[in-house]
Design a binder for this molecule. Structure first.
Ligand code: SG4
Ligand code: ZN
Length: 261
């Protein structure tokens, strides 16, 4: 469905607006977060994650990223609190990363990029019947963003990097049961929040973004394993390495970024 898009010269973020005019809309993501311009909002409560009975199902290469999908037919895995008026169900998580460790995140902080960014995508099952319906509604989705910075080895990321060889090509899928993404989060969940969009086509303006301030630390070697994935299918002649699958920051257009602390 939809038009082909990617992260290359011909099909990358700078041309997405031709097929997806909302790319130039008023609440696009990602953005550059300028900490001293964010307003502290004492009414913002803590983020609460109920991922305990978490039900991951599979890991897949969708030709744009690597995605871990969850069973979302009930409220077993939800995010609540913070800016959210009700619980939102976990649907999937995925990563964005660079070809080098100096860039790769979608959001930037005071102009600085991290090596990668993890997105946990949730939907508002209280107001909407399906993920697809929620994805087009202004309060339909909540994405929790976590920055990855290079340094020491991350204790749990190997659980994901160990299976990446099974999803090297676009369209490949592997069983991936019982993974709780809580192990990938930093100890403090202080955050910035603002109203934005999906960062890939169809770029729907439906996301309440919650960007965690503290990064997690992963090794260069661990991040390098993501770059063994390819954007292309197994039957395609020329393989293109999956890297630099991030959209750069978009205009703020008068939006306010709020800070939890
Ligand atoms: C990545 O391409 C994911 O693989 C997509 O997930 C995701 O689409 C897309 O990013 C946009 O999500 O948090 N970066 S983002 O705004 O979640 C959706 C799938 O295609 C709709 C499963
Ligand atoms: Zn994303």
């Amino acid at each position: 469905t939809g038009n082909p898009w990617g992260y290359g010269k011909q099909d990358g973020p700078s041309v997405w607006h031709k097929n997806y005019p909302v790319a130039e809309g008023d609440r696009q993501s990602p953005i550059d977060i300028v900490p001293h311009q964010a307003s502290h909002d004492p009414s913002l409560g803590p983020i609460v994650l109920n991922y305990d009975k978490c039900t991951s199902i599979k890991i897949a290469n969708n030709g744009h990223s690597v995605v871990v999908e969850f069973e979302d037919s009930d409220d077993r895995s939800v995010i609540q609190g913070g800016p959210l008026g009700n619980p939102y169900r976990l649907k999937q998580f995925h990563f964005h990363w660079g070809g080098k460790d100096c860039h790769g995140s979608e959001h930037t902080v005071a102009g600085n990029s991290y090596a990668s960014e993890l997105h946990l995508v949730h939907w508002n099952a209280v107001k909407y019947k399906t993920f697809e319906e929620a994805a087009t509604a202004p309060d339909g989705l909540a994405v929790l963003g976590i920055f990855l910075e290079t340094g020491d080895n991350h204790r749990w990321l190997h659980t994901i990097t160990d299976v990446l060889y099974t999803v090297k090509f676009k369209g490949s899928v592997t069983d991936f049961k019982g993974f709780n993404p809580k192990c990938l989060l930093p100890s403090s969940l202080h955050y910035w929040t603002y109203l934005g969009s999906l960062t890939t086509p169809p770029l729907y303006e439906s996301v309440t973004w919650i960007i965690v301030k503290d990064p997690i630390i992963v090794s260069e070697k661990q991040l390098g394993k993501f770059r063994t994935l390819v954007f292309t299918g197994e039957e395609e002649d020329q393989r293109t390495r999956m890297e630099n699958n991030f959209r750069p920051p978009q205009p703020l257009k008068g939006r306010k970024v709020r800070s939890s602390n």
